[in-house]
Write a protein that binds this ligand. Sequence first.
Ligand code: 6LW
Length: 558
Amino acid sequence: MKKILALIFLMVCVSIAQEKFTNPILMGFYPDPSICKVDDNYYLVNSSFSYFPGIPVFQSKDLVNWKLIGHVLDRQEQMNTNGLGVSRGIFAPSIRYHKGIYYVTCTLVDAGGNFIVKSKEPSGPWSNPVWIPEINGIDPSPFFDDDGKAYIVYNSVAPDNKPLYDGHRTIRIIEFELENLKVKGREHILINGGTDLSKKPVWIEGPHIFKKDGYYYLIAAEGGTEDNHSEVVFRSKNLFGPYESYKNNPILTQRHLDPNRNNPITSTGHADFVVTDEGNWWAVFLGCRPYEDGYYNTGRETFLSPVKWIDGWPIINPDYEEVQYFYPYPTKPATDFATRQYSGNFTFVDDFDDEKLAGDWIFLRTPKEIWYSLKEKKGFLRIYLRPETCSGKGNPSFIGHRQQHIKSSAETKINFRPESEFEKAGIVIFQNEKHFYYLCKSKNKLNSTIQLFKSTSGNDIELIEEKIIPEEIQSDDLFLKIVSEGKEYSFHYAWKEGEWHTFENKLDASFLSTKVAGGFVGAVFGVYATSSGKESNNKAFYDYFLYRGNDDIYNSNK
Ligand code: 6LW
């Protein structure tokens, strides 16, 4: 009997050990991940650009199931991205823990530059940014040496700011006094150009330093954050170098693989390392999932792969050429920890019954006024119509949820009575100010109508389709839905729940891809109301928001 029980126990252990997790671990635009481990918790932060709140902070017990526990920049006084394009603002953050304090360094591009914030708790409250004007570059990352000294390592300009070629950058380091949060002494160039200057390496960035077996290891992204992206590693016995480039660099890339392979994961790079209690090393890094020809709308997402040390060098994803969608769990699964899914196929619904918005909602730039309410009408999100539009660089009445799947849908039910053709309320799929589709209720001279707009390069919108709402439809309610099917979006409406009518089918989704739209973000579904530049006292009520993600890869066998 004992032998049978032991066998069953062994089988259960093996099955848990074999239980696989899905990549990306954070789907949708969660780029430039940085991670640290404190006791039995992992904490991870991502870039967030001009969206507010800035720098999401995730917590996990197993590196796979993540819970959003807050944002580093969740107060107006911490960040103001008004006037910036959506892909400016918060670039790559780094999170580190040292002697009871959490530190995040980051760059607020075009609105302050490099800064550091700190907190006793990763969920905050975080301090206001302390600016570091001495750092001329991006992607700052703290490093705490064994002798108690603190440093910041970062991407910077070419030596003497005289690049030998486009993309010629350096990795530099400067000492940092934690007490007064000031830099100390001069900066040192650790890496000039990248792994081999003679080959003109571009965009060495996203640096992190850690110490192991008497070496200072420096990992960094190289090649630029597109198909040519990679992660490389250097090491030195001296913090200030000289650093030796690993002869088999890069330690991660997918640039050499067939772009026409099935379910490609591309542009991998910008990694950070973490070690589990079992002593196993893992890497988080960004990657992309094109649906065809390099087009992707889900932005740069956070992936997790194992790291193996070989002859004193760390190799990411050593057992495969392709980054995998499925790996065995790094450690014992903690599936009951997370409050929602960020990986695999899932549904997210907000019925707006709470008095606070779910933390996953994001605003376009920093709201200066509270134009929404969950209290005015219990169970509804009330949004005031305001002149700002998604074509501008202000803070429109927009609240967004990332598009996290190639195949997904977002639907809502609005209660809204437009009083002019300028007044609109509905749902938008937004990539940037010049690349979005907007499905809304409005009116023409005489009637209430359903309208579908496409943004223009002139920061305006053009009407694609309009339908007069029949007089027999007396209710102010309207159901609206956008469906993404990879290279196409389709748009639907319903008078009654579930009775959908197709309004416009198979519109070009690549219009919202990074390849077409440019930038560093991904597409975002949003509830959005506007009075199109005019003053208005009108408001729209949203009854619910329902997101569904259903990518084929996760319906296959793991
Ligand atoms: C980030 C840089 C990069 O600062 O893109 O992928 C920039 N790498 O490291 C914005 O994400």
